[in-house]
Design a protein around this ligand. Structure first.
Ligand SMILES: [Zn+2]
Length: 246
């Protein structure tokens, strides 16, 4: 979330007395976000790592069946996702990411760049290991993949009326995955999937349906073997949606 760190930096600069530290007190850092601060307005045709950071945050605002590419290129799909994000939060929807959009994102993110309603601790249980080790990708990649899933879930949560989603499983190491009976090709071993448990609201079918427009290409729910007590959401290249009882 947004924090005014200009004063802290100024005190630090005085304490350190160095030119490098003094340079850190640029006016633009006065309202910097703890996690990530955008320094320019982003719009169609632009590219860069700042576009990529934006894409991660709007990945859950796609059209039904879409999976946003996190490629650092501000194309039509990114502009459309930004537009949906803006209307979803009551901002004027022009598909251009400027101060208004960034301020909303700052409100929605924690210091570690995860969205406010989700935390790594909910996703890295990993059979008690509490880390992202032992999967099919490096721990850093699994963690980054999981962060994208979290932003998609934040969008889903908002669209479902700001009701909590209960995460029952996130990343699993290869051995953890086999010990819980997961599929040998499970996206959980990549940090690309999460399981959502049941609560009074939203219903299991509401969650399953909502996942379609939150960018999830793998969606398993009631009626699919082993999925009567949770909804599985995941990111993959090809689509596999199944919930015969919805
Ligand atoms: Zn699952």
């Amino acid at each position: 979330m947004r924090k005014r760190i200009g004063y802290v930096l100024a005190v630090l600069a005085i304490a350190l007395g160095g030119t490098v530290a003094v340079e850190a007190v640029a006016p633009s850092t006065a309202s910097a976000d703890e996690c990530y601060t955008w320094s320019r307005t982003l719009s169609s045709g632009m590219s860069g790592s700042d576009v990529r950071e934006l894409q991660i945050r709007v990945a859950g605002w796609v059209a039904s069946g879409e999976n946003l590419a996190i490629d650092g290129q501000y194309g039509p799909a990114t502009a459309a996702a930004v537009k949906r994000f803006q209307s979803g939060y009551g901002l004027s929807a022009d598909g251009v990411a400027g101060t208004q959009t960034f301020n909303k994102i700052y409100q929605l993110q924690d210091a570690d760049c995860t969205p406010i309603h989700f935390d790594h601790s909910e996703f890295n249980y990993n059979c008690g290991a509490r880390n992202y080790n032992g999967g099919k990708v490096t721990a850093a990649t699994a963690r980054e993949n999981m962060r994208r899933v979290m932003w998609q879930l934040e969008a889903m949560r908002h669209k479902l009326g700001d009701r909590p989603l209960v995460v029952t499983s996130g990343f699993r190491s290869v051995s953890c995955n086999s010990s819980v009976g997961g599929s040998s090709t499970s996206l959980h071993m990549y940090g690309q999937a999460a399981d959502l448990g049941l609560s009074s609201s939203p219903s299991q079918c509401q969650m399953w349906n909502s996942g379609k427009s939150a960018g999830f290409e793998e969606l398993l729910g009631p009626g699919y073997p082993g999925h009567n007590d949770h909804v599985h959401v995941g990111n993959k290249a090809s689509r596999f949606w199944s919930a015969p009882n919805c």
